[in-house]
Design a protein around this ligand. Structure first.
Ligand SMILES: [Zn+2]
Length: 429
């Protein structure tokens, strides 16, 4: 008999909400309707919004005990990145439960948290109680393509939904990592900015057998190599400094005289998340040019995924233009802001308190996310966002590898822990 959190997460995984980007998607409507039905059973009024056909987001407001307090946004996204079934050991959309874990696309990103949110509300409202403050509960479409048809749309077209809200909690934070046998939870307090750019090289088309000093492919290759080979300088923000200092303390003598990069690596599997937050990254991710072996094309394009520390966007853009030279045109196809907030205040105290009530003595640390979440869109309304989807994880699980990874899975125990901690937080804060 599965508990409510596992059941909801499993059911959500079985809706294939794959988001392929650039507006192509299987759609989130069935998943949104499923969640709306749960919320309506709890007596909540759910509003539904389709920014495009089948791209459904839903929002509901839960009345708190103390309505004088600003509202808290509790949000999740219902879309997932695609999965290639042949690479998996289980059906990625089967919602398989085995070996004490729930397997499937979205098991950690982020149908797990969607289910924990509903479970927490079910426990609170179902037992005749109320959360401490008003909650704006939102399940967004399209997060995996930058939230254009989800959080971005709602923030732009329906800001009234978030009226009175000052803070938000959502994904990619609150999970535990193992530091030499000590358990520490990472709460996400910021996100790198993202710039998706296309490099366009132009040249003169011609026969592949002739001398051609204006070959677009050669020009593009030079630019791609310059960006891909660039070693970006270390830059510690307030968040990463605080994190690395405390991690070094926890690691003790082992961390003495280690560089920031080495301390990040010493966190084990968590380094997959942390290392990328110590500097800008710029990765070439795609190439398009040519159509026949003996024809030189007049145009060649490359996709570059640039992740920049908050506040450095313009400087990095200028540097990239310099790296590729004046002949390469840079087209920005998607750009989103970086965020960073301090690890303090009442909500931070409450998140730490809820974690420590369920895992006494646990360390709780801030970290910066190398990716992005719907908190970026909400920040445009002045809402301060955190990543807090609490999970107590076994040290042996390479959790960061689960995000968008093959055989994405989450321990059932971790889901139970998360629902308990989230319920505690919403009742108290
Ligand atoms: Zn996500």
């Amino acid at each position: 008999m599965l508990d409510l959190t596992t059941t909801i997460a499993r059911d959500l995984i079985r809706f294939d909400t794959s988001n392929f980007g650039e507006g192509r998607s299987h759609g989130e409507t069935e998943a949104a309707e499923y969640l709306a039905a749960h919320l309506e059973r709890l007596g909540l009024t759910v509003q539904s919004f389709d920014a495009a056909p089948r791209r459904t987001s839903i929002v509901t407001r839960v009345e708190g005990r103390d309505r004088s307090k600003p509202a808290l946004v509790v949000h999740g996204h219902t879309d997932v990145v695609p999965a290639i079934a042949a690479d998996w050991s289980v059906d990625p959309f089967g919602g398989v439960v085995k070996d004490g874990m729930l397997w499937g696309r979205g098991a950690v990103d982020m149908k797990n948290m969607d289910a924990m949110i509903v479970t927490a509300l079910d426990r609170i409202l179902g037992s005749g109680r109320q959360p401490e403050r008003d909650l704006v509960v939102a399940f967004f479409a399209d997060e995996e393509a930058g939230g254009v048809l989800g959080s971005g749309y709602l923030v732009r077209e329906h800001p009234e939904l978030f009226a009175g809200a000052t803070e938000a909690i959502s994904e990619v934070g609150g999970y535990s990592i193992d530091l030499d046998g000590k358990r520490a939870y990472l709460v996400q307090t910021g996100e790198k900015a993202l710039i998706w750019m296309t490099l366009v090289a132009r040249g003169t088309a011609g026969h592949g057998s002739q001398v051609n000093g204006e070959n677009a492919v050669t020009r593009l290759a030079r630019a791609v190599a310059a960006i891909g080979g660039r070693e970006w300088p270390l830059h510690l923000t307030a968040t990463t400094r605080q994190l690395l200092d405390r991690v070094a303390e926890l690691l003790g003598s082992r961390a003495q005289n280690l560089s920031p990069d080495e301390i990040a690596i010493a966190t084990g599997t968590a380094s997959r998340f942390i290392s990328a937050t110590l500097r800008t990254t710029a990765n070439p991710t795609g190439l398009t040019a040519g159509y026949k072996h003996n024809v030189i094309p007049d145009r060649a394009e490359a996709m570059i995924d640039v992740r920049v520390l908050p506040g450095e966007e313009d400087a990095v853009l200028a540097e990239i233009q310099e790296l590729v030279g004046p002949d390469i045109e840079i087209l920005i196809s998607h750009r989103d802001i970086g965020l960073e907030t301090s690890f303090d205040g009442e909500l931070v105290d409450a998140m730490v308190g809820s974690l420590q009530r369920h895992d006494p003595g646990a360390e709780v640390l801030p970290y910066l996310l190398s990716g992005g979440t719907d908190n970026k869109a909400l920040s445009l309304l002045g809402i301060r966002g955190f990543g807090f989807a609490p999970l107590q994880l076994p040290a042996s699980l390479d959790f960061p590898a689960m995000f968008h990874g093959v055989d994405e899975r989450v321990p059932l125990d971790a889901l139970g822990f998360g629902a308990d901690v989230l319920t505690d937080l919403l009742l108290r804060y």
